[in-house]
Ligand binder design. Sequence first.
Ligand code: TRH
Length: 376
Amino acid sequence: MHAGRGPDADLFCRVIDNFGDAGVCWRLARALATDHGWRIRLWIDAPEALARIKPGGWDEGGIEVRQWTTLPADIEPAACVIEAFACELPRSYIDAMAARPQPPRWFNLEYLSAEDWVEGCHGLASRDPATGLAKHFFFPGFTPRTGGLLRERDLFARRDAWRGDGALQQATFARLGMQPDPGALQLSLFSYESPAIATLLDALAAGSRPAQLWVPEGRALAAIEALYGRALRPGEAYRRGALELRPLRFMDQDDYDALLWHADLNIVRGEDSFVRAQWAARPLLWHIYRQQDDVHLVKLDAFLDRLCADLDPAPAQALRAAHAAWNRDLPLSPGGWQALFLALPALQKHAEAWAASLSLQPDLASQLVSFNQTPI
Ligand code: TRH
């Protein structure tokens, strides 16, 4: 942080599991810093999660990463305070917020959902009983009456530049140890464990078209190792029928974007890879994060209803069947998978239109900045 000017926002992140908590917070910090010139102090309780998605370090202009164990006793809260995913701030920090002559704007960044009720809750406030401070609920979402989706200003330009530049692509492939076969269907797989993984592998192996399946290290690759009964190493190719399985090292977040831009079908999960796959404007299959009492299935249906609203019946049915296989453990026959592969050209067109229409609404960081400027 530059001398003489404190942070514009304190962003608090507690890592529950995996990489999405860190991934979303890092992206928000970057968008606020790069697109809006904000100075961000990112407090994270498990910096090792951030280190996985940003192995090259966090030395980016405008962002200071701090380990959130305990906060300094004399901390001066920033003018804007963002609590990611209801991570609960320490009482001493809330008291310090209340003690400022002008109390900070306080946001709770919620989880993404396509459900209708989100519109009614976005922007609502609750009062901290002890200090009376207002905390605003900031809901990401897919419609204009929500907080929108994280999308940095130059994302589409970078994506399109990459797609139009063979040398840039080759540099990425060399860095990631990829040798894409131009004649093969390209798939990326970053999901949780699911019985659908086995049926997908079988369908690809039995397919009439060669396929390369790129699988970054992690839970999906471990699930495939269990199926194959052996360790699978990044950099190696494992062939079965028409399928070439290609494990990859877990990569930098920006390189993962490029993998999404490259593939014909991306299997993604959680929240951040799910959003990035939509910005890639390629067909996607979403393995949603499992929640208690199956509430995640309601969220999944809400998204699929929006996505499929103007999709022709055949591709929509193929897409829904694949989502049911992945998320509801419903068996999908080889014919079901083939229907999805056949639907890819239609899904591709639709993914482009979907990304373009979503990008008409202001991105999340811009909306947060505007909200922050409106008088309470
Ligand atoms: O990892 P996720 O499952 O994360 C989460 C958490 O489980 C969290 O508790 C939950 O709240 C949330 O999902 C909904 O999935 P997600 O959100 O897609 O985050 C993965 C991040 O990892 C994303 O920022 C992309 C990044 N990534 C890399 O940087 N390199 C890689 O190689 C891959 C595969 C992903």
